[in-house]
Design a protein around this ligand. Structure first.
Ligand code: E4P
Length: 273
């Protein structure tokens, strides 16, 4: 499983690259806002174009960086995708365009704009990451429209199930892959019992039909959830920096370091002087 960093914060991206664990990056307008707000709070002036160029360069060739469009109709999304691709892909040949699988904002909206844009851009050879996926059916349609990646939002499924059941939670709180029973019945969203369950169903569906799109487990909330999607054999997990840090930690590791450091005898230490 590849690990991407789910962030537009150049400092986090640089750190993840230095640690050697990161083989790509995903952004969205909210992540860009968070990164830019942080810089503005420090009084720094940002040139958006230079900032994104820096991210592309930091990742480098062979490590995809997903940049999202902002319009909701196919024609405008196609234009924006081409703008992003033309501006930034020449830096390190690593730009992927994020298109929502469906840009409707309610039942009454036009539900096909996302798929239309995915198909048109894929045919032009622009790699697409189909985003905001909450059902295996959406993933299947995005893959059939030739998206290169599909991004099921695992954490937001858990949020949705918990919120609908009136459960209080903090964003990084673990939610069991097997789901949760309340009042004798398992909580679910149309048969999906957790975010990890959503990813599992997509992994199984794609295996049934040898679909080529890679699956990116997105909206990861904690290390245990990353472990669970890795156990499914998902292609990629995109994780925020705090989750990468969490993946490294265990009290017995800390304790072991303290003990090993204390037990070093001078004879052994001298080897290094
Ligand atoms: C993925 O590509 C998205 O940027 C991201 O994972 C969304 O995560 P969130 O639900 O924590 O905002």
């Amino acid at each position: 499983m590849d690990i991407f960093i789910d962030s537009a914060d150049i400092e986090d991206i640089k750190k993840a690259m230095e640690y050697g664990v990161c083989s790509g990056c995903t952004t969205n307008p909210s992540l860009i806002k968070k990164a830019i707000d942080k810089l503005k709070a420090r009084g720094e002036n940002i040139n958006m174009e230079d900032y994104i160029k820096m991210i592309c360069e930091t990742l480098g060739e062979g490590r995809p960086i997903s940049l999202e469009v902002i319009s909701l109709d196919a024609d405008s999304m196609i234009k924006e995708a081409e703008t992003l691709y033309n501006k930034f892909n020449s830096i390190a040949n690593n730009v992927v365009i994020k298109i929502p699988v469906n840009t409707a904002t309610s039942e009454d909206g036009n539900h096909y704009e996302g798929l239309k844009a995915i198909k048109a851009l894929s045919e032009k050879g622009i790699p697409i990451n189909a985003t905001l996926i909450f059902t295996p059916e959406q993933a299947l349609l995005a893959a059939k429209a030739r998206a290169k990646y599909v991004s099921p939002f695992a954490g937001r499924v858990d949020d949705f199930i918990r919120t609908n059941a009136g459960i209080k939670f903090e964003k990084p709180d673990y939610f069991s892959a097997e789901g949760r029973k309340e009042g004798g019945r398992i909580l679910e969203d149309n048969g999906i019992v957790s975010g990890v369950d959503l990813v599992a169903r997509i992994v199984d569906t794609f295996a049934n039909y040898d679909l080529e799109a890679k699956i990116i487990a997105a909206s990861m909330r904690n290390a245990r959830q990353v472990r669970e999607v890795a156990e499914l054999g998902v292609d990629i997990a995109t994780v925020p920096f705090y989750v990468i840090e969490q993946m490294l930690k265990h009290p017995k590791t800390f304790e072991g370091i303290v003990k090993f450091s204390k037990d070093v005898v001078p004879e052994y230490r001298n080897l290094f002087s």
